[in-house]
Design a protein around this ligand. Structure first.
Ligand code: PGA
Length: 252
């Protein structure tokens, strides 16, 4: 399994000109990378500004998608639209969407089903708040998020292998306070155990489990080597092509 390193630009940058420069800088910075799968998830509108030829090495992903294919759903983007723009992946259930837009596990479940049906690879984000961790409820929260989000998924067998789970403790996102690698490892093992119950052993073993939350070039390798994660979801540090390049090189 090649490590999957995802750049989540969130709501950045704020001009097309900057977005084009970002894409160009990333392309230069990552041109010799072969041992990792790199995916950029820009705001939707910039997907079209990425030169399709670049997408061969650097893949594209959406930061969200809706659960219907098309129609009267103002403001939404469907998996088909994302695929047409060259996306292979889609982040679903990010904690910022759960917090600011009220996304529930039930909504995320519908989105995962539609994404899989359209052969768009979902990256399902799960993670606990600081309060939940302090109360020792981490596993309980993660189990609920996984069970509800992956309920009754119907999929072509070949595509479920493309499901990725991102462990993103909410208290570690954008705080500069990353999860200790040994703690991330414990949660990663727990996620694999729950996946095995939900999807069966064989499929669960083929899913990637990645870490996100204050990843930078100094701590990235620890999550791959010590925490045995299959990749990283990088937010803030992915807004610099140089720092993102260092992250990708550090894990190889
Ligand atoms: P961060 O964000 O790297 O800025 O902590 C990670 C994420 O939200 O995916």
């Amino acid at each position: 399994m090649k490590p999957l390193i995802i750049a989540n630009w969130k709501m950045n940058p704020t001009t097309t000109k900057e977005a084009k420069k970002f894409f160009g800088d990333f392309k230069k910075e990552l041109k010799n990378i072969k041992n990792a799968e790199v995916v950029i998830c820009p705001p939707f509108v910039y997907l079209a500004t990425s030169d399709k030829r670049q997408a061969t090495r650097i893949k594209l992903g959406g930061q969200d998608c809706f659960w219907e294919a098309k129609g009267a759903y103002t403001g939404e983007i469907s998996p088909q639209i994302l695929k047409d723009l060259g996306c292979q992946y889609v982040i679903l259930g990010h904690s910022e969407r759960r917090k600011y837009l009220g996304e529930t596990n039930e909504m995320i479940n519908k989105k995962i089903k539609t994404a899989l049906k359209n052969r768009l690879r979902p990256i399902l984000c799960v993670g606990e708040t600081l309060e939940e961790r302090k109360k020792g409820k981490t596993n309980q929260v993660i189990q609920r998020q996984l069970t509800k989000s992956l309920q009754n998924i119907q999929y072509p067998v070949s595509s479920i292998e493309d499901l990725t789970i991102a462990y993103e403790p909410i208290w570690a996102i954008r705080t500069g306070n990353p999860c200790l690698p040994q703690d991330a490892k414990e949660v990663g093992l727990f996620i694999r155990k729950i996946l095995s119950k939900i999807l069966g052993k064989k499929i669960s073993e083929s899913c990637r489990i990645i870490y996100g939350g204050s990843v930078n070039s100094k701590n990235a390798a620890d999550y791959i080597k010590k925490a045995e994660m299959n990749g990283l979801l990088v937010g803030g540090a992915s807004l610099s092509a140089k720092e993102f390049g260092r992250i990708v090189r550090s894990i190889l």
